[in-house]
Design a protein. Structure first.
Length: 316
């Protein structure tokens, strides 16, 4: 069996490695210019494919001239893991056996480009992976394999993505092996009425609203740890937040239920070795690891030591 592998992110890499003996070509998104120098930077899948000595096709769209060469590969199976583009029907009809996709959610929930981030941000306690036989709908094919896993109470998107990617690689190899022997069988149809969709994450979504509850703020920090990273402002300068936890106080000492001015959302309540405790709309949040503009990532307690009268300041 010959496989054409489609992937573009770090989540895809374990699946590419597991499928390596069968893969004849890797299709990935074109490199994007990054940084002030606007230099092209290879994505993780291209880097891995080069390391494995595999041929690569890079595209921005299936209308690209490069995409037309996919038809010449005469593949038995397409395997898709975090590719980032919807594959048109005319391409899905090319492989002799069909096309498989692994998605890091319990479909039909959290279809779309950012299921891991949205599951954490939304407060889900359980997620998983789903392998589907692909059709022209986004993440809408029949379910061939589905496995649940509990999201750890402190697990962020980076850790969860790594864990799910390893399990996805194992599941894909198993389902692909079954497809080689029996073809892609009819799976369990998804109920579109139960489907939820995850919009693209934008940089603006990362800004912390200190008027929100502590639990919601901490979930945002966990969800956006890789990009755009949750952020706030102190005296007009951005501060990125990489780690945070709910504070132990329901209301800061001396605050009436309506909240005294010195305890308004965003106000610094305390500084300790554990971090900077900040008032939220409900409860408080302890920042544990941050990064100020033009500085390295550091413990929040170290950041606080470099500021004068931080107890009188307010994050916004």
């Amino acid at each position: 069996m010959t496989v054409v592998f489609f992937g573009s992110s770090g989540f895809s890499v374990p699946s590419l490695r597991s499928m390596r003996p069968l893969v004849v070509t890797v299709v990935t998104r074109k490199s994007k210019p990054k940084g002030r120098g606007r230099l092209l930077e290879d994505n993780e899948v291209k880097a891995e494919a080069l390391a494995l000595g595999l041929p690569i096709i890079e595209i921005d769209s299936f209308k690209d001239e490069e995409a037309q060469s996919i038809a010449d590969l005469e593949a038995d199976l397409f395997v898709v893991a975090s590719f980032g583009l919807i594959i048109p029907r005319r391409f899905l009809d090319l492989p002799a056996i069909g096309a498989l996709n692994v998605h890091p959610s319990l479909l039909p929930r959290y279809r779309g480009p950012a299921p891991i981030q949205w599951a954490i941000w939304s407060g889900e306690r359980v997620t998983g992976i789903t392998v589907i036989g692909m059709n022209e709908k986004m993440d809408g094919g029949d379910i061939l394999f589905r496995e649940e896993t509990v999201i750890g109470p402190d697990e962020d998107a980076e850790a969860l993505s790594e864990r799910l990617s390893l399990r996805a690689a194992e599941a894909l190899l198993r389902v692909a092996g079954e497809a080689e022997k029996k073809g892609i069988s009819h799976g369990i149809p998804q109920n579109d009425e139960e489907a939820t969709y995850t919009p693209m994450i934008t940089k603006e979504m990362g800004r912390i609203d200190w008027g929100a509850g502590a639990a919601e703020i901490v979930r945002k920090v966990r969800a956006f740890v890789q990009w755009p990273t949750a952020y706030t402002f102190l005296e007009g300068k951005m501060v990125k937040v990489f780690k945070a936890r709910p504070g132990v106080r329901d209301l800061p000492p001396g605050c009436a239920p309506e909240c005294a001015p010195e305890c308004a959302p965003g106000s610094v309540l305390a500084v300790s070795a554990e971090g900077i405790e900040i008032a939220a709309g409900a409860g408080s949040v302890v920042l544990a690891e941050v990064q100020a503009e033009n500085r390295k990532r550091m413990a929040a307690s170290d950041f606080a030591r470099g500021l004068r009268q931080i107890s009188e300041k307010q994050f916004k």
